[in-house]
Ligand binder design. Structure first.
Ligand SMILES: [Mg+2]
Length: 257
């Protein structure tokens, strides 16, 4: 379930978002002026990027390529999928449920073809940055923090994710930035994020964490209790645990008046 879809966003929520994002920038600036290092951790999928457009593009492509085998998908895609991103769910099967693709052979073929494309370099360019993401990450970078992209994508997707970050204007590949991917596609996200913690501890103080998976958010908050921990109200796994106390929910990265 997507918490964002069931939650109304009030003026108070927006002011809380503004205050927390601004506080992070102020804290980094203060540390930089004392010649003290700070690290800011940003997850990619569902945090800096909305990757529903990637799936929308892929479904359209699969429908075109396998037109004869996939009549239900073709009908759904013709009607809706690129117009209404809220139909794109966390996983392909939940999306197919909403699109009315019930035929088992279609579901199998779509899932197989979706996975072949989704987890590759080529399709990441269809991801859309969350509102304010590029501007906020740039401000974090300019304030003097090391920007760390800590992602569950594996190293086989490094070229595409770097290209997408660069194309969207995020600081990447330059002094003051790092990208950390998994060595292996099948490595568990949680274990991976834990294994980098000791390394990050040696680099400096983690001041801010941005995540959209409750399990990762809880884990990173536990590993870096001194950091401000922010949770993006986008999409996450259906079997996610409750979010721990003290983690701040935000909708996007806009600091608005
Ligand atoms: Mg994520």
């Amino acid at each position: 379930m997507t918490e964002a879809l069931t939650t109304t966003w009030t003026q108070d929520d927006q002011q809380r978002q503004n205050a927390h994002l601004q506080r992070i920038l102020d804290r980094i600036q203060a540390k930089t002026s004392r010649q003290s290092s700070s690290l800011a951790i940003f997850d990619l999928d569902g945090t800096l990027f909305d990757n529903r457009p990637r799936t929308a593009y892929i479904l359209r492509q699969i429908a075109d390529q396998f037109e004869a085998e996939l009549p239900q998908l073709v009908q759904a895609v013709d009607g809706h999928v690129l117009q209404d991103l809220s139909l794109i769910q966390y996983g392909p099967l939940a999306t197919l449920d909403l699109l009315g693709v019930t035929d088992e052979r279609e579901r199998e073929l779509v899932t197989e073809q979706w996975a072949k494309r989704f987890f590759t370099d080529e399709y990441q360019r269809f991801d859309l940055p969350l509102p304010g993401a590029k501007s906020f990450v740039s401000q974090v970078y300019e304030a003097g923090a090391t920007v760390i992209y800590l992602t569950g994508r594996d190293v086989g997707m490094l070229v595409g994710l770097t290209e997408t970050l660069r194309m969207c204007g995020f600081p990447v590949g330059v002094v003051g930035t790092m990208t950390m991917t998994k060595k292996d596609f099948n490595e568990d996200d949680g274990i991976f994020k834990e294994s980098v913690a000791a390394y990050l501890d040696r680099l400096g103080e983690v001041v801010a964490i941005f995540e959209n998976e409750p399990a990762n958010s809880n884990l990173l908050q536990k590993l870096f209790p001194g950091a401000v921990s922010m949770f993006l109200l986008t999409q996450h796994r259906n079997d996610a645990p409750p979010l721990a106390d003290g983690i701040v929910r935000i909708r996007d990265f806009r600091i608005s008046g």
